[in-house]
Design a protein around this ligand. Structure first.
Ligand code: ATP
Ligand code: MG
Length: 260
């Protein structure tokens, strides 16, 4: 059985992309077949996995979605890139912006990505989708395709308001389009354990959401080593294998696997 997890939060810079790649590669290291999907026009996931110029790729998620809209047949592995650390990648790039605009006039516009994912499910154990920092139509497509949503929250700012809106949107998608959608959990990222402020924010998230939503036991610490990997094209397990961020993503991987 394939599980589809969306990494989403309309707040920018909270660790969505870093979490998608390092959770995905963590799962691959545990022997799982993993497809990562870059559903962000910024192409950060694609670039951070070493495909430095996403906008120059011939085939990306926008091509795939356009083909689905036009009912064109594709080979299952069409456009999928391979990363050395054992994950597959459906890259994303700037063309997603144009596609998002054109979706407005498409029949079943919320379900285009789901059609692709349904085709991929038999080939993978996990499909992780990295969302852009918005709740636009591409993100709704991702929510409509998912079993669960993992919400990274940066522990350095008061996230409460943005989270309300996100949880509301998730509820709406669940009621109207995708009844099986669940919130996988909130993941605290960039936690600086030396400051009381980070502890306060963590406590506040637990207090406000702990009864409704799982808060992952493992949070991701702040570290420059994590900030360096996007330029290296490798995971934190390669870049700083003995560091605290590698160990945190390893533990998160185990927490996700424990749900199986
Ligand atoms: P966007 O909303 O723009 O897509 P995002 O939510 O995907 O952003 P990331 O790109 O993963 O967030 O992270 C934002 C920045 O913080 C990046 O420069 C990244 O390298 C850095 N970063 C991520 N995780 C950590 C960490 N644990 N410690 C320090 N820096 C981090
Ligand atoms: Mg990102």
């Amino acid at each position: 059985m394939c599980k589809v997890i969306v990494i989403g939060n309309q707040k920018g810079g909270v660790g969505k992309t870093t979490t998608t790649s390092n959770l995905g590669i963590g799962l691959a290291k545990k022997g799982k077949k993993v497809l990562l999907i870059d559903a962000d026009a910024q192409g950060s996931l694609t670039a951070s996995l070493g495909f430095q110029e996403p906008d120059k790729l011939d085939v990306s998620l926008a091509t795939i979605m356009a083909n689905i809209i036009n009912e064109e047949d594709m080979e299952p592995d069409y456009g999928i890139l391979k990363h050395d650390e054992g994950v597959d990648l459906m890259p994303g790039n700037i063309e997603l912006s144009g596609l998002e605009v054109s979706l407005v006039n498409v029949m079943s516009r919320e379900l285009v990505l789901r059609t692709y994912i349904e085709q991929q499910k038999e080939r993978y154990d996990y499909i992780l989708i990295d969302c852009m920092p918005s709740l636009g139509m591409i993100t709704i497509n991702a929510f409509a395709s998912a079993d669960g949503i993992l919400i990274p929250v940066q522990a350095a700012y008061l996230p409460v308001k943005g989270l309300e809106q996100l949880i509301k949107t998730i509820g709406k998608v669940k009621r109207q389009i995708n009844p099986k959608l669940e919130i996988e959990g909130i993941l605290l990222t960039m936690v600086d354990n030396r400051t009381n402020y980070a502890k306060d924010i963590s406590a506040l998230v637990v207090e406000n959401y702990g009864s409704k939503v799982r808060i992952f036991e493992n949070s991701i610490p702040m570290s420059v080593r994590a900030a360096e990997i996007s330029a290296e094209g490798v995971s934190i397990y390669e870049h700083d294998p003995n560091g605290k961020v590698a160990s945190a993503y390893q533990s998160l991987t185990e927490e996700v696997l424990a749900d199986e």
